[in-house]
Write a protein of this length. Structure first.
Length: 76
């Protein structure tokens, strides 16, 4: 089950959601279903020996497989 990034066209909220085929996504802020799927990069774990020092600053521990920092979040 992939995690997709969306922007709600009704309230402009940006969010990520784990999407199952049987349940269409809804905005967590306004329950809107008019969503724009955003283009995003995928993450891949390249080493089992990563440590807390390897986690990017600003990581929100989003629950990606592989633990905090696995998503490769890069702050602007």
């Amino acid at each position: 089950m992939p995690i997709y990034e969306y922007q709600c066209r009704q309230c402009s909220k940006d969010f990520e959601m784990l999407v199952r085929e049987s349940s269409p996504p809804k905005c967590p802020q306004c329950d809107g279903t008019d969503l724009h799927k955003k283009l995003s990069a995928f993450a891949a774990i390249t080493s089992a020996s990563s440590s807390a020092a390897d986690i990017p600053a600003g990581c929100q521990a989003c629950g990606m497989p592989g633990g905090p920092g696995a998503c490769g979040f890069q702050p602007h």
